[in-house]
Design a protein around this ligand. Sequence first.
Ligand code: B3K
Ligand code: ZN
Length: 884
Amino acid sequence: MSKEASPLARFRKDYNAPAFQIETVDLHVALDPTHTIVTNVMRVKRLAANTNLELDGEQLKLVSLEVNGQLQLEGADYERAEGKLILRNLCSDDGNDHAEVKIVTEVNPSKNSALEGLYLSGGAYCTQCEAEGFRRITYYLDRPDVLAVFTTTIEANQAAFPYLLSNGNKVAEGICNSDSAKHWVTWHDPHPKPCYLFALVAGDFDRLQDAFVTRDQRRVLLELFVDKGNLDRAQFAMESLKNAMRWDEERFGLVYDLDIYMIVAVDFFNMGAMENKGLNVFNAKYVLANPETATDQDFLNVESVIGHEYFHNWTGNRITCRDWFQLSLKEGLTVFRDQEFSADRGMRAVNRIQDVRIMRTHQFEEDAGPMAHPIRPDKVVEMNNFYTVTVYNKGAEVIRMLHTLLGEEGFQAGMREYVKRHDGQAVTCEDFVVAMEAANDADFTQFRRWYSQAGTPTVEIEHTYCEQTQTLRLMCKQSTPATPGQSTKLPFHIPIRIEMLLPDENGSARLFTPAELPASGVIELTEAEQSFSFNGLPAKPVIGFFADFSAPVKVKVAQTLAERILLTGYAVDPFLRWNAVQDIYIELITRAISEQQPVALPELFIETLEQALAKSQQSAALTALLFQVPTEEALASEFTTVPFDDIHRAVNELQQALAEHLAEPFWQCWQVHFSSKFVFTAEAISSRMLCNTVLPFLARLTDHALSEQINTALWQQFNATNSMTLVFGALQAAVHQEHASAAEMLHAFAEKWAGNALVMDKWLAVQGSAPLANAVERVQALQQHKAFEWGNPNRVYALLASFSHNPSQLHRKDGAGYLLMAAAIERLNTLNPQVASRLLSSLLNWKRLDSSRQPLLKAQLEKLRNLPNLAPDLFEKIEQSLND
Ligand code: B3K
Ligand code: ZN
C-alpha cells in the first residue's frame, strides 16, 4: 500500500463531542439480494453553531438526499469525500436548529463477504454494526455517543422471509400494496441507542418460544430463532438465557427492560455474538448444543456467551461507551459479569483456572508484542483490531481487582452508583472509576494506571523470617517492561492476596493469619519496592502469593520443590494449589532447556501427583487441571528469544515422563471416571474432563503392558456417541499422540458428521492443532476438503486459527508455517479483513524469534504489506510489527 493511501490513526485525546444530535431515525429497508433500498429519515438537532453535518458512509450508492422535503444537489448542497457525506448550511438560515434529513441509498448484501453491515448468511439477511458497520447500511453519525430512537420497517418476500426482525417491539405489519407477495413489519425501540446496537434479521427459521417473569412481575417474551431443523439443539441456550436473567436480578439487581428478547443464530458471523438491543445475533456455534454434537465445553461456552450478551443490556446498552477507546468500559465489565455468572453456576475454581490460562497463554503474549495496548487504547487505526484479549480479559481482571479491593458489597454499591449516574448515557472508563470511588469513599488515583499503561508487570518477592522475633518480612518489587509508545512505566496499584501456611512435623500444614494481614488476605503493593512485616509467626510459613490470581501479573518468587508441594496439598485457595504445580512444571521445563538435559521428574513430585490421582473423586475437574501442563504458547513468555523447538521437546518429554511414571494411576482414573451414560451435572462434566485429560497420556504408551487395554479404552470412549465430549476426547488423544487408531477414527468421524458443519469444525480443528511434523501439509490439503469454506469464519478459525496456535508447527524451521498462514491471510484480505486480521496476530512477534526464523517471517510480513488493496485491519498490525 502506498504511503498516501495509508489509513489514518485516530487518537483518544482528540475526542470532540458531536456537533449534531440525531433524535429519531425512521428506517425503511426494502430487502433485495443485490439491490436493497434503505430509506433513512432522521430528525437531527444542531448542537454547535456553524458546523456542517458530516455523515459517515461506506460502500453505499446514494440514490437521493432531501432536507426538510427539498431535494439536495451535489456540489451545491452536499459533497462526498472519502467515507463522508457532508451537508452544508443545514439549519443555518431560519434560526431553527432542527432539520429532517431523508437519505435513500442502495446496498448489495450478496456481495458483502466481510460480514459487516447488511449481509446474507446462508439464506437469511442479517446485520453486524459494531464497531462501525452501520455506515455500510446508510449515511449516519456512526459513533457510539449519538443516541437515537429507532423505528424500523422491513419489507421482503413473505414466503422466503416469513420473519422480519429488528430492535424493540413490533408495532405494525401488513402486506405491501405494490406487491402482494411481499410483507412488511415495523419495529420501534423506545430506548435511545447508538447505531452500533441496531440490528435487522430476515429469514425463515424455526422458533423456540418461552417467557421470563421479572422480579417486578413483568412478563418478557423470549424467542430463539435457529435454522430449520435445529430446534433440538436450542433448548439449552433458552435455559441459559433464563438463568442469566434471574442471576442479573439477584446478584446485580438489574432487571430487563423490554417486553421481548430475541436471539437469532446465524451460520456466518465474524465473532461469537452481538448484543443488539432486544435482538441478539449469535454465531450458531454459541447457541446450538446437544450432547451428541457439542462438548461440555461447548455447553459452558453457550451459557457464558448467552449470559455475556444478556448482561450487555445494562453494561453496554443502557450505559454505553462515549467513544471506541472506552470499549473496555462495556467489555471488561461484561466479561467480569459473565465470569461471575459462570462461577456462580457451580464450577468457580475450574472457571477461574481456565480464565487464568487464557490470560497467560494469550494476553501476556499480546502484552509482550508489537500490538500491546492498554485496556483503554490511545491510538487506533481499525477499531475491529481492538476487540482483544487485553480489552476483554485483562479489562475483566482490572474490574476484578476493583472487586477484590472493595469487596462484593462495596463493588455492588459502586455499580448502583454507576447506574444511577449514567443510565441512558454514553460514558468513559473514567466515569466508571469515579462512580466506584464515590460509592466507597475510595481513592483510585494510582489504580487508574491499569487503564493507561500497557504491559504485564512482574512482581518479585523475597521473604525473610526471623525465628527470634517471630517476624516475617516480605520485600516486593514491581517492574513493567516498555511497550510500543510507552518507554517508562509508573508503579501499579497491585492487590496481592496471600495465604500463609504453617507446616507441622507430620508433613501437613495449617492456615495462619497474622494480625497485620487483613481478613481478606489482601495486601496492597503500590510502590516500585515495598516491604511488609508480619509478627507473631511461631514458625517460618510457606506462602501462597496472588491467591485467586488477584492481579494480572507475572510472579517471581524463589520456592523450593517441597514448599510448592506443600501448597499443592494444603493451600485453601484451589487456584494456589493448581498454580504451585504449574510452577513446578515451568521450572522443570525451563531447567531442562537451559541445561540442555532431558526433563527429569523428582520423586517427591511424582508421589504428590499420584496422591492427587488417588483422591480424584473429591474433585475430578481440579485433578484434571493439575495435569494440563502449561501450553507451549504460555511457556514462550518465559523467554526473550523463544526456543520453540526446545519448548516443544521439553513439553513432550514432560508428558512422556508423566505418562510412564503414572501409567497405572492414570489407567485407574480412567476406569473409575469413564461412563457411557450421559448426564449434565458438575460431577459428570468433571469426570469426563478427567477422562479426556488422562487419555492422551495413556495413548502415548504404545509399547507398554497396558497398551492393549488402552487401545480398547480409546475405542470404547470414541464409541460413547451420546457424548461428544468423550468422542472428541478420544479423537484428539488418538490424533495428537499419533496413535495407530487415529486415521480410522478421523475417517469414521468425518463419515458420520459430513452433514453437520459445526461438528466438522472440530474435525478440522483437531488436525490444525496437532503438534505433528506434517501439520502444515495436512492443513494445506484440508483447505481443499468439502468441509472447509473460505467464506465462513467458523471454518477458517477451525482450521487456520487452530494452526496459528500450534507453535511448534507454525514456527517450523523451514518457514512453511509462515508461508501457509501468509497465503491464507492474503486470500482473506479482500474477502474478510476481520478474519484475516485475527489470523495475523500470532505472526507479529518476529522480534522474539531466533536469527534463522526472523527473516523467514519478516519476508512474509513484507510481502503482505505490499499487497494492493491491503485492508486497514492488516495494515495497522503489519506496520506496527515491522516498525517495532
Ligand atoms: N460486542 C460484540 C463484539 C463486536 C465485535 C466487532 N468487531 C460482542 C461482545 O463482546 O459481546
Ligand atoms: Zn461483549
